[in-house]
Design a protein around this ligand. Structure first.
Ligand code: GDP
Length: 248
């Protein structure tokens, strides 16, 4: 993610020297990471109806079990145990909400959605949770951005592709933005990571053709690479929010 897209509503910055640009991006990364660090647990819900209505921008984190979602949320928040990184994949079956911004004036929610695709979960439970996820992604009005965590060694699995297809209508026109993080990039050398990014980019290009705002980037919680870029992306995406009513 070398070039993060500039949002339309932001004033164009004055032309800057390379050192001035580096200073500005370092300052933006610091402020974005300071913001993600404010994340704190708000509530947990086992059904859509239990989620509090909100006017705050909301970012949904989705991914296959074991893709590295909890670890990524912890890395972004620079906290060890904010999201529960379960040793038993598929165990976290609730939607967990985290609040960000000043304590008295929160500005954003992160929604950690249940991981999918864990084979050992009993079929009925699986179906019920797929429905909760689907309902959430379809109707949650405050949804501003989706972060999809994909294990860079596996690429998109059939369930990831189903989810992408499912959220495509909400991505149209950029109303909801999407960031795909290819996790565990530390397990690859540079050439393999470049190939994984290119392959994911090809799949996502189909979505972007419909003027969706979709980015893909490498991410490693282990060596912290991609963490500040992701924080900057989230910061920009939530500041540029437009509330749209999801079509039922
Ligand atoms: P979740 O089920 O998607 O929430 O996945 P977790 O965050 O619990 O991570 C699943 C497994 O992947 C755990 O064993 C983590 O330690 C490991 N993992 C997560 N992120 C990274 C990473 O950046 N690098 C490496 N090498 N392992 C990771």
């Amino acid at each position: 993610m070398s070039a993060l897209p500039q949002h339309m509503n932001e004033p164009s910055p004055a032309p800057a020297s390379p050192s001035e640009e580096a200073r500005r991006s370092a300052a933006e990364a610091r402020s974005a990471l300071g913001w993600t660090h404010t994340a704190r647990f708000l509530t947990t819900a086992s059904a859509l109806s239990e989620l509090p209505p909100t006017e705050l921008a909301e970012v949904a984190f989705v991914g296959r079990s074991n893709a590295g979602k909890s670890t990524a949320i912890n890395a972004l928040a620079q906290q060890k145990r904010l999201a529960f990184a379960s040793k038993t994949p598929g165990r976290t079956q609730h939607i967990n909400l985290f609040e960000l911004g000043p304590k008295l004036a929160p500005d954003t929610l992160f929604a950690d959605l249940p991981g999918y695709g864990y084979a050992a979960v009993e079929r009925n439970a699986k179906l019920r949770w797929q429905r909760v996820m689907a309902d959430y992604l379809e109707v949650r009005r405050s949804l501003s951005a989706i972060v999809m965590l994909v294990d860079s060694r596996l690429g998109f699995t059939p369930l990831d592709l189903q989810l992408l297809e499912f959220v495509t209508p909400r991505l149209a026109g950029g109303a909801v933005k999407m960031l795909v993080l290819l996790t565990k990039s530390d397990k690859h050398n540079r050439a393999a990571m470049t190939a994984a990014l290119a392959k994911a980019g090809e799949t996502l290009a189909i979505l972007s053709a419909g003027s969706a705002d979709v980015s893909v980037a490498p991410f490693s919680a282990l060596n912290k690479s991609g963490v500040s870029d992701a924080a900057v992306w989230l910061h920009r995406a939530t500041r540029a929010r437009i509330i749209v009513e999801a079509s039922a």
